[in-house]
Design a protein around this ligand. Structure first.
Ligand code: OOB
Length: 556
């Protein structure tokens, strides 16, 4: 149990490496892993607290009893549609109640949601469809001025495995698409032969990594490890049935989903409120209206929230905790949060791959404002190592390596990444440079991986470079991070051109036409005569970062 996925076991091909048996035994014996599956959560809570509010989306509200009834109806309809245990389903929905209903219905089936983000486009979704051989794709009709139906029609034609497109909203003139609404059928007949029970060691979902190798990698998470992730985080945040969590960042994001997020809150019997947008006006209004007690944002949102609060002074006295994570929060910005909002700041340093660090609510302010927290599990193993892999003393900077009860041992269907991303002992190489304090708190100081962290949105430099190279006017290209006062980092593309120099806007539309998510387009394009090279002939990205830095200095 817990070492192979369903489809791996069925096909005789392991799709992802599980934990070694001794580690798995330890995690179970110590109680980190329990014999629980996500599909049972709504029913369990419906009997414990049927009339308590589970979910709020605008004017729509679900008690736990109503959530359970809706999930069961949806589960039955999806089964009738032909979805089965182990099937992968690409879910690309914004912060709408349908995400939550669908997610639990898929869990009840033993089907595996693939967590796409609303910003992903043809290139990213096609990659997910190819790797996962998903049988269904679930979309909104339109969201943020983008029509997902045309995209789904194209993908359906290109990927034989994709049998169903399910649309939340209007299916338009796509006759083969299934309206989500029709699946919410309280009279759907019970499933006659549900098949083998879902196991706590089964694959429960696939998360996307920020990526460092050209295309997003898929992270296998099991019921037992992901439930532990949510439980452990909920405990540090002291969630209980009075907790009201506001989902501001995309719900499919691991931070929003289970750190402690939606799953941690529902596990504790609290209420999840969905914010249709991260804009401070909308979010602060919801905090006031729903008496929200905890929410989570990324660093670039913080100044906007502070400004909006100071201007409008809404009553947000219910808000006990503001979680901030996904990118480095500047210490001086961190120090402004509590005095302004009256809520406790909690820093969150996590990754889709697993390891989650939180500051404790009762940590001293100096720690809360200058570190990114401590691992949430006593079983999290953390090493900080130098370039040769040797541990460095506390206080010194090194790369963070980790393994533990909710950190992956390998990517989904990507055995070739084992050697580069994991040590022989099964530690995941995070690519993050950190400093550890004697208290165990980690401070993130940089990274060794080829990633740009644009205020929490992760951009894989290699992926963008590959696409830019396809532009006829570009001879060679290197994408690096430059400091940005609002986003923390932004992307700069250094290009060597033969002919006329393409403009930043032109390259953005070139990338959009290639199906790339918009946030990956370089913020700035800088033409150079030739690429600086290291003594061994590699692109000298340090020199380019320095050029970007100096030019910024001159611009100010
Ligand atoms: C979260 O997850 P991902 O998978 O999008 O990105 C992980 C990477 C980390 O390896 C690190 O480079 C960066 O994002 N990061 C931070 C950070 N939190 C994440 N860097 C500095 N300070 C922080 N507080 O971003 C994520 C997942 C779960 C919870 C929170 C964030």
């Amino acid at each position: 149990m817990g070492t192979t996925s369903v489809q791996g076991a069925l096909s005789g091909r392991p799709d992802w490496p599980g934990w070694p048996p001794e580690a798995a035994r330890h995690y179970r014996q110590a109680g980190y892993w329990r014999d629980e599956v996500f599909g049972d959560l709504p029913a369990r809570q419906a009997s414990a607290r049927p009339t308590a509010t589970a979910l709020v989306d605008g004017d729509r509200r679900w008690t736990y009893a109503a959530l359970e009834a809706e999930v069961e109806g949806l589960y039955r309809s999806l089964h009738r549609l032909g979805l089965r245990r182990g099937d992968r389903v690409i879910v690309q929905l914004p912060n709408r109640a349908e995400f939550v209903l669908l997610w639990f219905a898929l869990q009840r089936l033993g089907a595996v949601p693939v967590h796409a983000l609303p910003g992903h486009r043809r290139h990213e979704i096609a990659h997910l469809a190819r790797i996962t051989e998903a049988v269904a794709y679930v979309i909104p009709d339109r969201h943020a001025r983008f029509d997902y139906r045309a995209l789904a029609a194209d993908l359906g034609a290109e990927h034989a495995s994709l049998r169903h497109t399910i649309v939340v909203g209007d299916t338009g003139d796509h006759t083969g698409f299934v309206p989500f609404e029709t699946l919410l059928d309280p009279r759907a007949p019970a499933v006659a032969s549900p098949g083998p029970a879902v196991d706590a060691g089964d694959l429960a979902l696939l998360l996307l990594s920020g990526g460092t190798t050209g295309t997003p990698k898929l992270i296998p998470r099991t019921h037992q490890d992901y439930a532990y992730n949510a439980r452990a985080a909920a405990e540090v945040c002291r969630l209980d049935e009075d907790s009201v969590y506001l989902a501001v960042l995309p719900i499919a994001f691991n931070f929003t989903m289970s750190c402690p997020g939606v799953l941690g809150t529902l596990h504790a019997g609290g209420t999840v409120v969905l914010s249709p947008s991260p804009s401070p006006g909308t979010a602060l209004e919801l905090i006031e209206r729903e008496r929200v007690t905890i929410t989570a944002v990324n660093p670039p949102l913080v100044p906007y929230w502070l400004r909006e609060f100071e201007e409008r002074r809404p009553d947000i006295s219910s808000l006990a905790v503001l979680q901030v994570g996904a990118a480095r929060l500047a210490d001086d910005l961190a120090r402004r949060i509590e005095p302004t909002l009256g809520a406790r700041l909690q820093q969150v340093f996590g990754m889709a791959e697993g390891l989650l660090n939180l500051t404790a609510l009762d940590d001293p302010s100096a720690i809360i404002c200058s570190t990114q927290g401590r691992p949430v599990s006593p079983a999290d193993e953390v090493l900080v190592v130098d370039g040769d892999g040797a541990p460095v003393p506390d206080g010194q900077v090194g790369e963070l390596l980790t393994r533990g009860p909710y950190t992956l041992r390998g990517y989904y269907r990507s055995p070739e990444l084992a050697r580069t991303h994991f040590t022989e002992d099964g530690f995941y190489r995070t690519g993050d440079l950190v400093r550890r304090l004697p208290t165990g708190h980690l401070s993130v100081v940089g990274r060794v991986k080829e990633q740009i962290n644009r205020g929490g949105e992760k951009i894989d430099a290699t992926e963008v470079e590959e696409h830019l190279l396809a532009h006829p006017g570009i001879d060679s290209v290197a994408v690096v991070a430059a400091a940005d006062p609002e986003l923390g980092e932004r992307s700069v593309a250094f290009v060597v051109c033969t002919g006329p120099v393409p403009k930043t806007r032109e390259l953005a539309s070139f990338l959009r036409e290639r199906g790339l998510a918009a946030y990956k387009a370089p913020d700035r394009v800088k033409v150079i005569e030739r690429m600086p090279l290291t003594p061994v002939g590699k692109t000298d990205k340090n020199a380019l970062r320095e050029t970007a830095r100096l030019e910024d200095g001159q611009a100010r």
